[in-house]
Design a protein around this ligand. Structure first.
Ligand SMILES: [Zn+2]
Length: 307
């Protein structure tokens, strides 16, 4: 064997023990605020606080990552209404040897006209985080139809965010929209809006991971999830819509055997409340559910795809 060839094999051997070829990835999701710290508040009464929305979006994102990608483990800094300090969140990230961290927030401003998404990173020299952040903002703009305010660094906002400054792995902090802007707050308060935001972050993260770790096969095996689901698409069955909100635990819904979800949409129509069952990860499952509820009287029930 030539010296050069030997050296090449030796280096390849070393790399097989380094992080570059680790065969699974751990992502830490950090739902911002929690417990005693509600975060930003909406101006409209009855809407959720930032800490609640952060948790809902985080869980949807975690679900997408876990169910639609192979070789990805998801951890959370909190899964309930608790307040881990910023020090604690950094400590979890650094001590659990996670590969990537995503912190989920919603924004606020003194001027109610400010709206749109932002993805924060420590600095442009955090190359992986920067690449990832660009992909996230691109998805928000091009696929989710949000206004992207772009990628921001500590220098842009005049101070470093603790989570970004002290974590050792590539970390992004996402501001999903402004709760101080009425229409954005309304959007983020719908499960539809939360799904769209979470799936945009999912798709960007999937693209980023695929570019970064070409040695890992992130495609889930056929047995686990269908190809449809691997695109971050889910399906729900819309049962009906109404002018006034109906409780979702009424006997008319209960007899269907599915949990019914009510969503208020921003539309010119009088029928602002929509009722769904799901989400289902494949169209086949959604069709089965649709047939079942149609046979129980909801003849107009139809399938809605969420990307
Ligand atoms: Zn926040």
């Amino acid at each position: 064997m030539s010296k050069a060839k030997f050296l090449f094999i030796f280096i390849a051997f070393l790399f097989s023990f380094s992080g570059f070829s680790a065969n699974s990835i751990t992502i830490l999701i950090d739902p911002g605020h929690g417990g005693k710290d509600p975060g930003h508040l909406s101006k409209t009464k009855g809407l959720m606080t930032e800490k609640e929305l952060n948790l809902l979006i985080s869980k949807k994102l975690g679900h997408y990552l876990e169910h639609n990608l192979s070789h990805v483990n998801v951890l959370y800094t909190r899964t309930g209404d608790t307040y881990p300090s910023l020090d604690k969140r950094v400590e979890i990230a650094n001590s659990k040897n996670v590969d990537y961290m995503i912190s989920i927030h919603c924004n606020g401003s003194d001027t109610s006209s400010a709206y749109g998404t932002e993805t924060h990173i420590h600095g442009y020299n955090s190359k992986d985080a920067y690449k990832w952040a660009l992909l996230i903002e691109k998805q928000f703009k091009n696929r989710a139809g949000r206004k992207s305010r772009g990628v921001k660094t500590g220098a842009d906002i005049g101070h470093s965010l603790q989570i970004l400054k002290f974590t050792k792995m590539p970390t992004v902090l996402i501001e999903c929209g402004f709760l101080t802007n009425t229409s954005e707050a309304n959007y983020l308060n719908t499960s539809y809006g939360q799904e769209i935001i979470a799936s945009a972050i999912f798709r960007a993260s999937r693209n980023f991971l695929k570019q970064k770790h070409s040695n890992i096969n992130f495609t889930p095996s056929e047995n686990n999830v269908s190809n449809e689901a691997s695109n971050g698409v889910t399906y729900k069955v819309q049962l009906m819509s109404s002018i006034d909100p109906l409780e979702t635990n009424i006997p008319e819904f209960k007899r269907l055997g599915y949990d019914v979800e009510r969503t208020k949409v921003n539309s010119k129509s009088m029928y602002k409340y929509k009722y769904f069952i799901g989400p289902f990860t494949t169209k086949k499952e959604a069709k089965k559910a649709q047939k079942s509820v149609q046979s129980k009287g909801y003849r107009d029930a139809y399938i809605v795809m969420f990307e």
